[in-house]
Design a binder for this molecule. Sequence first.
Ligand SMILES: C[S@@+](CC[C@H](N)C(=O)[O-])C[C@H]1O[C@@H](n2cnc3c(N)ncnc32)[C@H](O)[C@@H]1O
Length: 401
Amino acid sequence: METHFFILGRYPSLSLAEIIAVLDLKKLPYSLDFRSVEAAVFSVGSEFNLKEFCADLGGTVKSGRLIDKVLYSDPEDRFQNLFSSTFLKDSGFIAGKGKIKFAISLYDLNSDPLLLKRLEKRLTGFHATLKDNLQAQNLKVGFIKIKHRFTSSVSLVKNGVLKNGFEMSLLAGKEQIIAGRTLWVQDYESFTRRDFFKPAKDKRSGIMPVKLARMMLNLAGKERNSTIMDPFSGSGTIILEAYEMGFFKILGSDISIKAVSDTKQNLAWLTGSKIENKVGLLVTDVVQLSTKIPPQSVDAVVTEPFLGKPLHKVPDVFTVRQIFADLKPLYIAAFKNFNAVLKKDGRIVFIFPAFQVKGSLMLFDIEPFSNNFRLLSSRSTFLYRSKDQFLIREIAVFARK
Ligand SMILES: C[S@@+](CC[C@H](N)C(=O)[O-])C[C@H]1O[C@@H](n2cnc3c(N)ncnc32)[C@H](O)[C@@H]1O
């Protein structure tokens, strides 16, 4: 088994669950060795291609391979050795010719906060030591100056660090520091393009982040030849993402003619063609879904339903109760229809609205769905809070009972 580190995005629990869902789907043997809000360390069986694996993920921003571990109880030279030219050469950090650009990032893997601060203060010194050691070998070297503890993926790509140099990622744990080599960073340009440059958008219904759509699709844990459905497709974020990931039996529907037409326009933009036979789209109220789709024909429903009208101020307890009460009949009818169209081992990845009111979290009551479905995700673990919204999205994964 080889050990790999994954730097998690803004929603670490969701990102971690996504990695586990994809490992399970690919039937890869693994152990989760360490985890924190910033990173996870997995040992994975030998048939594992890290870059290919990570290319499917929405919630991981960086990843790489573990090179060495140094215990805090080890002598200081053992730690300094990480920056020596011999160690760097032997560990494959230095390859190719020309000027080497390098970066060092420091991540917290549940270390003592004071120790992390101390290490952070020493980061500039580590850069200088590493540069001096390589220059002493007549190598041309430069490093990326960092403002915080870590270098962003954008900076690594823009400075060509992964092509013409290396990044050493240091992960500070409870008892040891793990040194790894960054091998992959998220293709942020591709996500940004789909987030911001889709031609048809409906700001009123809310724009779902593309990375969230991808994480939800991965949480469904279904093979690429499965039938995936979004019955509240809006302008098609989930539909487009499923297509981008390689699903080819995709169904989308929405009560709004405009929404379905937006999805079509966005698909044409993504695929470059007007007719796309991998995607079926229809206009329907979710309440009628089971009369339009054959029974037990869908492997996974992955959806962001109607979550209530846009809010202009922080809601109070009574407003939240009213929002939940108004949405309840729609969700109950939706789940009844999902029960009819889903295959026996079908999954639902659904977003419920949640709110933080005066310090307490108000979650939607999911009891009414428990006759036919069981929750696979633990409640309130997958909360997705966008900066500019009062509404919190609770991502829930269900399997049929
Ligand atoms: C939050 S939006 C979904 C946005 C979508 N995830 C996207 O990225 O564009 C909810 C969608 O549900 C649709 N909707 C509302 N009530 C519906 C119903 N009863 N049946 C089907 N769709 C409905 C709305 O037209 C809207 O497009």
